[in-house]
Design a protein around this ligand. Structure first.
Ligand SMILES: [Ca+2]
Ligand SMILES: [Ca+2]
Ligand SMILES: [Ca+2]
Length: 296
């Protein structure tokens, strides 16, 4: 019998009691039951994965507000020496409909979040950066290119059914807010697109995606033109992007990236299903002169 409907909160796992030193475990937290809430824990320095959600009984769990791979306060640094040895969060072997949100996941030796042979797991509003692998890796096989999501033949090791990532176009605007354009291709249905920013991004020069450190705003799109086993697509433009409480956020060079998350039902109000990997990045174009006088 695996623990279910349990709250695991306010623990230091892999650290000394004060949080500043390392006392690593092999793995941090392993969840094999359902409807547990893993909340506000510090999980750093462990030798393998910080959090694992394993097997088909692991459903409906919520992983939120945890600090994974960092010291309790990243003031006296170096913060990157506190990462866990493998993934921040690993979801595998049939674990489904688990939500990972509002966590800081950084400097881990594997991916920020890896999903292997498991589906319908949503992730949003996390700060993911500095991990040695991908920010989000579906299949734990590196960057997964977009393909035809309407194909019924899924890769054996797929995570979240290898749902496609958004394709971003031009992003730009003022210091506090701007807009972004792009497109999204997948099966018919409603999708939530979450936008993030990063300070750097490898995808402009390599077949790789960045990691979303700073949560920006989100939007909703619908695909209606899929059919005959072929994906449909939807374009978007002038979608507002900003970061809460950061009026000069885009005065520094920022790369914008995005994830797509499918809604389970037939409207954009129901529960969320699986989330994609991060998209490739778009460098935010700061239009200082245009916006300086307020007449844009
Ligand atoms: Ca992948
Ligand atoms: Ca990986
Ligand atoms: Ca795909």
């Amino acid at each position: 019998m695996q623990p279910s409907e349990v709250l695991v909160e306010n623990n230091y796992i892999g650290t000394t009691p004060g949080g500043g030193g390392a006392e690593p475990n092999q793995r941090g937290i392993i969840v094999r039951g359902f409807n547990n809430r893993i909340r506000n824990n510090l999980i750093s320095n462990n030798l393998q994965n910080a959090i694992e959600l394993d097997d088909s009984l692991a459903t409906g769990n919520i992983v939120e507000y945890n600090t994974i791979g960092l010291p309790p306060l990243c003031v006296f640094g170096p913060c990157e020496s506190n990462g866990n040895g493998l993934h921040g969060v690993l979801i595998q072997d049939g674990a489904a409909r688990n939500t990972v949100r509002n966590n800081d996941i950084a400097y881990n030796g594997g991916d920020g979040i890896a999903v292997v042979a498991a589906a319908d797991n949503p992730f949003y509003a996390n700060a993911i950066y500095g991990n040695s692998g991908e920010g989000i890796d579906l299949g734990d096989d590196g960057f997964t290119a977009n393909n035809n999501d309407s194909s019924i033949t899924l890769p054996v090791q797929a995570g979240n059914e290898n749902i496609n990532s958004p394709v971003l176009g031009t992003a730009g605007g003022g210091a506090a807010s701007g807009t972004i354009a792009g497109s999204y291709s997948s099966r018919n249905g409603w999708y939530r697109l979450d936008f993030y920013a990063a300070d750097s991004c490898p995808s402009l020069i390599a077949a790789d995606a960045g990691q979303g450190r700073y949560r920006l705003t989100s939007t909703t799109v619908q695909i209606t033109n899929a059919g005959g086993g072929t994906d449909g697509s939807v374009s978007f433009s002038a979608v507002p992007i900003s970061r809460a409480n950061a009026p000069t956020f885009f005065d520094q060079p920022r790369y914008v990236l995005a994830t797509a998350t499918r809604y389970q039902g037939t409207s954009p109000s129901g529960p969320l299903s699986g989330t994609s990997e991060f998209s490739k990045c778009s460098l935010y174009q700061r239009s200082a002169a245009l916006f300086a006088n307020g007449f844009e």
